[in-house]
Design a protein around this ligand. Structure first.
Ligand code: MG
Length: 249
């Protein structure tokens, strides 16, 4: 069931989003060769808890981290740990904060030091595909328009579009209806209405869309070992005009 949020609920979600954004900024600022993913996760944990919120992901389905930190061919749900970042890696961070009963959710991918031109393109096009998608996120439009626009942009660059993981509604629960695929489902999907809050999160690859799950039962990587990038924000459908992006400064 899709729940539309009131102005008061959206205000709370904006507050939760501000905390997630600041935690993300701190993690990104600490990215350098030699830092471990656990150290980066701890930065996010300390920020979120220090701000009086809770990490949305920690304990969700048993996930141990504050952030999912996924390196290179890892797409999503990387578990923070001893792995140390190296020059030339690309790293995806996905995190959220829970405050006053509401969640926020966002993801970014960045390079560690100098990265390949292909990796730069992947990161850039993944971000662009998010914005192409959310241009369609207007009141009265059908949800499938988001995925269609994401997929079209990704395909124009020959990138793989991960289909196994998708965006979602968000609010009192981290994952709510509706599902928000990053591709054309061939079905129009629900009509988007003001107050609909979505996490839109394209995950693109330099190769296949196919996924393998690690023995830890969390970390999803590309089946062919190609690089993957992720870009996500929590957005609100407005009365008129473009959507409001809560997790963007
Ligand atoms: Mg999400």
């Amino acid at each position: 069931m899709i729940s539309l949020k009131s102005a008061e609920e959206i205000k709370r979600m904006r507050d939760a989003a501000l905390i997630a954004m600041a935690a993300m900024e701190k993690m990104l600022a600490a990215v350098e060769p030699g830092v471990s993913t656990a150290e980066l996760d701890d930065i996010a944990y300390r920020h979120i808890v220090g701000a009086g919120a809770k990490p949305s992901f920690k304990g969700y389905g048993g996930f141990p981290g504050t952030a999912c930190i996924s390196v290179n061919d890892e797409i999503v749900h990387g578990i923070p740990g001893h792995r140390r970042l190296k020059e030339g890696d690309i790293v995806s961070f996905d995190t959220g904060a829970y405050l006053k009963g509401y969640h926020s959710d966002m993801a970014r991918t960045v390079g560690v030091g100098k990265i390949s031109e292909e990796a730069e393109m992947l990161i850039r096009v993944t971000k662009e595909s998010f914005f192409k998608g959310v241009e369609q996120a207007v009141s009265g439009a059908r949800l499938n328009e988001i995925g269609k626009a994401v997929e079209k942009h990704a395909r124009a660059y020959g990138l793989g579009v991960v289909t196994e993981f998708i965006g979602h509604g968000i609010g009192r629960d981290l994952h709510e209806d509706p599902e928000v695929p990053n591709y054309d489902t061939g079905r129009r999907g629900p009509v988007m209405r003001p107050g609909l809050v979505l996490a839109v999160e394209p995950m693109l690859t330099l190769g296949t869309h196919k996924v393998v799950i690690a023995p830890n039962e969390w970390t999803a990587s590309t089946k062919d070992g190609s690089l993957s990038a992720h870009y996500e924000n929590t957005i609100v459908i407005t009365q008129d005009g473009p959507c409001d992006i809560l997790t963007l400064a």
